[in-house]
Design a protein around this ligand. Structure first.
Ligand SMILES: [Zn+2]
Length: 307
C-alpha cells in the first residue's frame, strides 16, 4: 500500500517537474555573436538574451533600464571584454541589483580570456587619446578559431553553474565545434585569394580577420579607434590606398558608409559592408552569420577585379 502510494506520488512529481519548459540557466550576453555561441552550447537548457543588436555599435550602447532588468534575472553574464563594453555595461551591472553577475563572481564571464589577444599594448595607453581599445583589440569574434575557443570557455562555465546538464553542454560544444571547423575549411578555400591583399578598414575590426585570412590592413578611416574620419586623415588614407593598390574598403554595418564609399570609388577598390553580428533574435547561428560575412568579402573581391 505504502509503496504503491509512493510510486504514484513519484509519478505525479515527475510529471509536475517535467511539465514546465523552463530552461535551467538564464544567460545574458553583451553582443549577439556571444549569444549565438552561448545558445549553441546551452541548447534548450539555457535561455539566452543579448543586450545589443547587430545593428548597434557595441562600443556605444544606450544603457536603457530594460537592459538592467534583463540582467536582474540573469544567472550568467558573458562579455567580450578588453574594454569593449566599458562605456555602458558597468552602469547596467550596477542597476541590475544582482550579485551573481558582478565582475569577479562565477556569474560573470569575460570571454577575452580564451582568446589570443591581438594589438595588446606594450605601454600604458591613455584613454583620453581617443583609443577605445586600451587593453588590446576586442573584435575577435570575426575569427572562427576564437569563436570555438570562446564556446569551449562558455561550456566550462555552464557546466560549473549547472553540473547536472554538464554532459549536454559538452555534447552541444562538440557538435558546434564540428560545424564550425567544417565551414571554416570551406571559407578558407573560398577566400584563399585574399592572402597578402592590402585592405583599408573603417575601424580596427579587421585585426583577427586579417590574422585568420592573411590579408593586410594598411590603414584605418578612423584617425583613432572611436574617432570619426576627418577630411585630412581621409585624404592621407586615400593616398596610401592608391599607392599600395588597396583591393578592399571594409566596414561594419553599424558605421555610416559615406566615407568608405567615397574612398572605395576613388582608389578604386571593392566596398565590403561586414555583417557585424549574428541576427540572433531571428535564430541565426554563428556559422550562418559567418557565411554572410564570407559572402560579403567574396563579392567585394569580385567587384574589385573589375576596377
Ligand atoms: Zn572597436
Amino acid at each position: 500500500m505504502n509503496s504503491f502510494r509512493f510510486a504514484a506520488l513519484s509519478a505525479a512529481l515527475c510529471c509536475l517537474f517535467a511539465l514546465p519548459a523552463r530552461a535551467d540557466l538564464n544567460v545574458v550576453t553583451t553582443v549577439p555573436d556571444l549569444a549565438a555561441l552561448t545558445k549553441a552550447v546551452g541548447g534548450d537548457k539555457a535561455t539566452v538574451t543579448t543586450l545589443s543588436l547587430p545593428t548597434q555599435d557595441p562600443h556605444f550602447v544606450d544603457a536603457k533600464p530594460n537592459l538592467a532588468l534583463a540582467l536582474n534575472k540573469a544567472d550568467l553574464l558573458v562579455v567580450v571584454g578588453l574594454d569593449l563594453e566599458i562605456g555602458w555595461l558597468p552602469t547596467l551591472q550596477l542597476g541590475a541589483r544582482n550579485a551573481k553577475i558582478q565582475s569577479g563572481n562565477p556569474g560573470y564571464l569575460d570571454a577575452s580570456q580564451f582568446v589570443k589577444v591581438l594589438e595588446a599594448p606594450t605601454v600604458k595607453v591613455d584613454r583620453s587619446q581617443g583609443d577605445v581599445h586600451p587593453g588590446g583589440n576586442p573584435h575577435y569574434l570575426h575569427d572562427p578559431r576564437a569563436a570555438v575557443a570562446v564556446a569551449r570557455g562558455i561550456q566550462e562555465r555552464l557546466a560549473q553553474l549547472d553540473p547536472k546538464n554538464a554532459a549536454t553542454y559538452q555534447a552541444n560544444l562538440a557538435q558546434f565545434t564540428k560545424s564550425v571547423e567544417a565551414a571554416q575549411a570551406d571559407w578558407e578555400k573560398r577566400l584563399a585569394a585574399l592572402r597578402g591583399v592590402p585592405v583599408i578598414s573603417y575601424h580596427k575590426t579587421t585585426a583577427y580577420l586579417g590574422d585568420w585570412l592573411g590579408f593586410e590592413t594598411i590603414a584605418y578611416l578612423e584617425p583613432k579607434p572611436g574617432i570619426p574620419p576627418t577630411p585630412s586623415h581621409v585624404a592621407q588614407v586615400l593616398a596610401q590606398g592608391r599607392q599600395r593598390k588597396a583591393r578592399l574598403v571594409v566596414q561594419e554595418e553599424y558605421y555610416p558608409d559615406s566615407t568608405s564609399k567615397l574612398v572605395a570609388s576613388k582608389i578604386p577598390a571593392g566596398l565590403v559592408i561586414l555583417p557585424s553580428g549574428a541576427n540572433f533574435r531571428d535564430g541565426e547561428t554563428y556559422v550562418q552569420r559567418m557565411e554572410r560575412l564570407v559572402k560579403a568579402i567574396e563579392q567585394g573581391l569580385a567587384a574589385s577585379k573589375g576596377g
